[in-house]
Structure formats: structure tokens, C-alpha cells
Design a protein around this ligand. Structure first.
Ligand code: FES
Length: 88
């Protein structure tokens, strides 16, 4: 199963190509792996101030490639995020 949490990335001002095919090796950015498919990247034009984008990794978002919270259905308790392993 895909990771049931979105990948949140801070985007600096400028244009960014966000992967919509799920084949990129540079998530969430397009790396051209969509070639030969009907998929095209979503171009996000960030004006003046940096912004965060939550990229869907569970493949069930109704607003793909962006997270719409659908991943919560994979959690035991949708009101709380799943436990995270402690870092060293
Ligand atoms: S690699 Fe996925 S849309 Fe380009």
C-alpha cells in the first residue's frame, strides 16, 4: 500500500511541474517519466511568497496530485494521525 500520508513540500516562487502520473523518481516533481502516457504534470506557478503543497501519495485523492485528506480512511482512528516511529 502507498504511504498513507501526503508529502508536504515547500515551493519557492517560480513555476514548478508537479507529477500527476505517480511514476516520478523525484516526488512530487515531474521528472519526465510520464512520457508515452496520457498524463501531464500540473504546473504550479508560485507568486511572490513560498507556499506548501501537499502531494497525494495514497493514490485516492479526488483532487490529484494534491492531497484532499482521503488518506485518513486508512488510519485506525481518522481523527488522529497514525503513530510515527521515533527518530534517533
Ligand atoms: S513524471 Fe509524472 S507527470 Fe511527469
Amino acid at each position: 500500500m502507498a504511504d498513507p500520508k501526503p508529502l508536504v513540500v515547500n515551493l519557492e516562487p517560480g513555476k514548478h511541474a508537479i507529477c500527476c502520473c505517480g511514476q516520478t523518481a523525484n516526488a512530487p516533481f515531474c521528472d519526465g517519466s510520464h512520457g508515452g502516457t496520457e498524463f501531464r504534470p500540473e504546473i504550479v506557478d508560485v507568486k511572490d511568497v513560498a507556499m506548501n503543497i501537499a502531494w497525494c501519495t495514497c493514490k485516492t485523492s479526488g483532487n490529484s496530485p494534491r492531497c484532499d485528506g482521503s488518506h485518513r480512511k486508512f488510519w485506525d482512528n481518522p481523527e488522529k494521525p497514525p503513530m510515527q516511529p521515533e527518530k534517533d
